[in-house]
Design a protein around this ligand. Structure first.
Ligand code: F0G
Length: 453
């Protein structure tokens, strides 16, 4: 079968646009901030207005590419390249066959929440175990095309794992800045294995990101945080693939965790572009859930009507979203407004419970992903999500990303010595602690009998 790599015509030119002052430019500064007002940039495709790609043609191009065996078509991100910044040639993409993630039904969680049409889009099944790969394949590719030898990011662990992998695949060096002692060993070990220069800084994620922003202005390194708008272009494909899986019938709700707020911004951008291009007829409501201890967006909306960021000193066991000063907050406020979505916060106990409930479906995710189910329960309670509506939860990271959390939960020591200790007893029925036994048939038979009781 010959590779099917023909691009749809008329969609290849891009520009950078400032989200605040609207300034349009063909190039971006090294920190991806507007040269006039300092705000964030987004990628836009000015020619779509006159010569927008035809929806039916795009859908059939993307479907046909699923039959292709070329590397670029086997990527669940680059398969949708007609809505991404253009490459000079297909072999320029640095790809690990990212994307192509499953959409699962969640029958037990559907019963728990009372929402029968409940699905999970599992981005944790990407090559490095998180949704970051969808953005990283695009941004790392453009870093190499721009001639950079070094790429760098600040991270709570998943961005750094992903960046290190794509840098290694693309023959680039990578520099990782992570908060010391605040990220899971699994994620840290990935960066080490993929050959990153890994710095554990004595600060939090926000401190790491601040430092990185200064560094990229001084040193010849390319910045791969989600401030980089190429990352968000890649992350858009989550929504494209999801809608394709749903035969282009939009769900009523999509629910995502919110940390630095890049992913929600990317998904929202994709939904708006799909609507504008006629790929879908209406917008799903995109809702963002944060941990109570890292609730900058919740507070920004409630206390400042979304007009200025209220940052917080972040603290949560869902370390992936332990972020108090989210860079993409303005983009997130925009997508909440454009799609009519809601923003909620959930407690540590609610996160632990939701994670165990998703796990009991045979679908493992990391704590930050479980905020989506915990948030859905609240959105149902307040009547924002109706029982008859369809809901997709975006599971952002794999269970194996944070085994300490899972072990702590099942062994019963996750909340030991904290204010939540007594309340956490309510979660005991969900715990499945390992049982240490003598190696005898009797002992194992007894364990089996007890489990039946
Ligand atoms: N879920 C997981 C598993 C994450 O790793 C992150 C962010 C988020 C959700 C939140 O996404 O930041 O786009 O709102 N992790 C980043 C990192 C910050 O460095 O790995 P967001």
């Amino acid at each position: 079968m010959p590779p099917l790599t023909t691009p749809a015509p008329g969609v290849r030119k891009m520009a950078f646009r400032c989200i605040a002052c609207g300034d349009l430019s063909d190039s971006a500064s090294k920190n991806f901030r507007c040269l006039h007002c300092g705000d964030l940039l987004e990628i836009t495709y000015p020619r779509w207005k006159e010569a927008g790609p035809e929806a039916a043609k795009l859908k059939s191009t993307w479907r046909n590419r699923r039959l292709s065996s070329s590397a670029i078509d086997l990527s669940g991100v680059w398969r949708f390249r007609d809505l991404l910044p253009a490459l000079g040639s297909d072999d320029q993409a640095i790809t690990l066959r990212e994307g192509n993630t499953p959409l699962y039904e969640l029958p037990q969680c559907a019963r728990i929440t009372g929402v029968p049409r409940l699905f999970a889009k599992h981005q944790g099944l990407n090559p490095t175990g998180s949704f970051k790969d969808a953005g990283m394949t695009v941004a790392a590719t453009f870093a190499r095309l721009a001639g950079f030898r070094w790429v760098a990011c600040a991270s709570t662990g998943n961005t750094s794992a992903s960046m290190a992998a794509y840098a290694a695949r693309g023959g680039m060096r990578s520099l990782v800045l992570v908060p010391e002692g605040k990220i899971s060993w699994s994620k840290l070990s990935q960066a080490l294995d993929y050959g990153a220069v890994t710095c554990q800084l004595r600060t939090d994620f926000d401190g790491c990101l601040r430092l990185l922003q200064e560094l990229v202005l001084r040193a010849p390194v390319y910045q791969l945080n989600s401030i980089n708008p190429f990352r968000l272009e890649g992350q858009k494909t989550l929504a494209l693939e999801l809608l394709e899986q749903l035969d282009w019938q939009p769900p009523d709700h999509i629910i995502v965790p919110g940390g630095n707020l890049g992913n929600s911004s990317a998904i929202g951008k994709a939904l708006i572009e799909m609507r504008d291009l006629g790929l879908i007829s209406r917008l799903p409501k995109l809702s963002i859930i944060q941990a109570e201890g890292a609730n900058a967006l919740v507070r920004t909306l409630h206390e400042a009507a979304g007009k200025r960021l209220i940052s917080v000193q972040a603290e949560t066991r869902a370390t992936a979203i332990r972020i108090g000063n989210p860079a993409s907050w303005k983009k997130a406020v925009h997508v909440l407004e454009a799609t009519g979505g809601a923003c909620e916060q959930v407690t540590e106990i609610e996160i632990a419970q939701a994670k165990a409930e998703i796990g009991a479906e045979g679908i493992g995710c990391e704590p930050a992903s479980a905020v989506t189910l915990a948030g859905l329960k609240k959105l149902v309670k307040r009547g924002f999500v109706k029982r008859e509506e369809s809901v997709v939860l975006v599971l952002t990271g794999n269970l194996l990303k944070d085994p300490d959390f899972t072990m702590g939960f099942h062994r019963g020591d996750l909340f030991k010595g904290t204010a939540d200790e007594s309340a956490s007893a309510a979660l005991n029925p969900l715990r499945r602690p390992p049982i240490v036994l003598d190696a005898t048939l009797d002992a194992v038979m007894r364990a089996l009998d007890q489990a039946e009781e």
